[in-house]
Write a protein that binds this ligand. Sequence first.
Ligand SMILES: Cc1ncc(COP(=O)(O)O)c(C=O)c1O
Length: 430
Amino acid sequence: MVELKRDELHASVCDPVSASMNFLNEVASRYPDAIPLAAGRPYDGFYEAEDVHRYLDAYLSYLRSQGLGPDEVRRQLLQYGRTNGQIHPLIARWLERDEGIRVPPAAIAVTAGCQEAMVIALRGLCAGPRDVLLAGEPCYVGITGAARILDIEVVPVPETAHGVDPAAVAVVARQVRASGRRPRALYVVPDFANPSGACLDVPARMALLDVAEQEDLLILEDDPYGLFGVDDRPRPRLKSLDTRQRVIYLGSFAKSVFPGARVGFLVADQTVVDQAGRRTLLADELSNVKSMLTVNTAPIAQAVVGGVLVEADCSLRAANREKIAFYRRNLALLLDALERAFPPSTRDSAGIRWNAPAGGFFVVMDVPFLADEALLERSAREFGVLWTPMSFFYAGGGGERALRLSHSCLEPEQVEEGVRRLARLVAALA
Ligand SMILES: Cc1ncc(COP(=O)(O)O)c(C=O)c1O
C-alpha cells in the first residue's frame, strides 16, 4: 500500500478555497430543502436537452454554407482540431456586433471554459517567480485557484464599493516593483463582479487603462456577467476602449449559452517580438500552452456554441433577452425582499447593510456577526437557507462579517422565501 503525505502534494491539492467550496456543496447536499442563496449557477429552466441537437444542426448547416463538403464537415466535428479552435470567426462577429470589440479572428482562442483561458493567460504571461498577478479583492476564486496551481503569487488590491480603484492599482503596482518583483497583469471583472456585484463607471475604466499603460501592466478582463445589467445603459467593455492593446479579454459562454458546453475564450491581440525581431500574435504563442493542456477545445462543444451564435445571427444580446429579463427581475426581487425583511428603522442600528448592484448575480450583505462555516451549517439546518461566507473570497483575511447572496438559480418565489429565512437567522442572532 502506498501512503502519500498530503502536505507533500502540491499546494493546489490542499487549496483552502476548494475545501471551503466543497464544504458548501456538502452542506447543500445534506440539506436539499435549504434555499441556495449561495449558488451562482444559472437558472435551469432555460435549457432543454433537445436544443443541443438543433444547435448542432444549425452549425453543420453553417459549415456547409461556407462551402465545406461532407468529409470536411465530419472532420471538423469529429477529428482533432485547430488548437485555438474553430468558432473564432463567429465569436469575432459577435464581439463586434454586441460589444464593439474589433479584433481579428486569429486573436481569439476558444478554450474549455473561461477557467482554461485564465490558466493559459497566466501561464503564458508569468515567466518566473518575480512575475505576480494583481487582483481586486474580494476576488473570484477561479483566478486565485488558477494562480495557485501555477505557483503564481497574487497581490490583492482592495476594492471599494465602486470596484477596483485605478489609483490603488498604481500604488500596489509600484510597491510590487519596488520589492523587486514584476506586476505582470491585473485581473478585474469590471461588470457586476463575483462576489461583490461592483461595476466600474466609464471614467474608472478609462483611468484603469491609463494606469495599465503607465505601470506597464496587462489587464485580464473577465466578463461573464456583462450581459445582465438591470438596464440597457451601455457599459463599454475595457477591451472595446483599449486602443493600446493593454487588455486580454476573457470570455465565458456559461451564462450566455449554458455551463455544460464548457466553452469560453480569450482575446489576445497583442504582438510578441522575438530576439530576431520576428513578430507574432500573442494568441498564437499562447496556443502552445493550450496544446499541452487540452490539445483543442472539444469540437462538439464548440459546434453547439457555434450553432447558438449562428441561430442568433451572432447577437447574444438578442438571443438572451429572456434570460436578461429573468435575472433583472430576480435581482429586483432580492433587493425588494431585503428591504422588506430588514426595514431601515431597524437595520442601521443592527449593523445590517447591503449593496444594490446594477446587474449580475450577486449582492453582498454586511452583518453584525461572524458569518463562518459553523454558522452556515446552522443556517442550513435550523433556518433552511444557504449563503456564501464572503471570507471565501479573501486570501489573507477579510469578509468575516459579510455574506454573498445570489438569486440566479432560483424561482422568483424562492428568492423571497430565502430572504424571509435569512431574516429569521439574523433575528435569532440579534
Ligand atoms: C468571475 C467569473 N469568471 C468566470 C466564470 C466562469 O467560467 P467558466 O466559463 O469556466 O464556467 C465565473 C463563473 O462562476 C465567474 O464568476
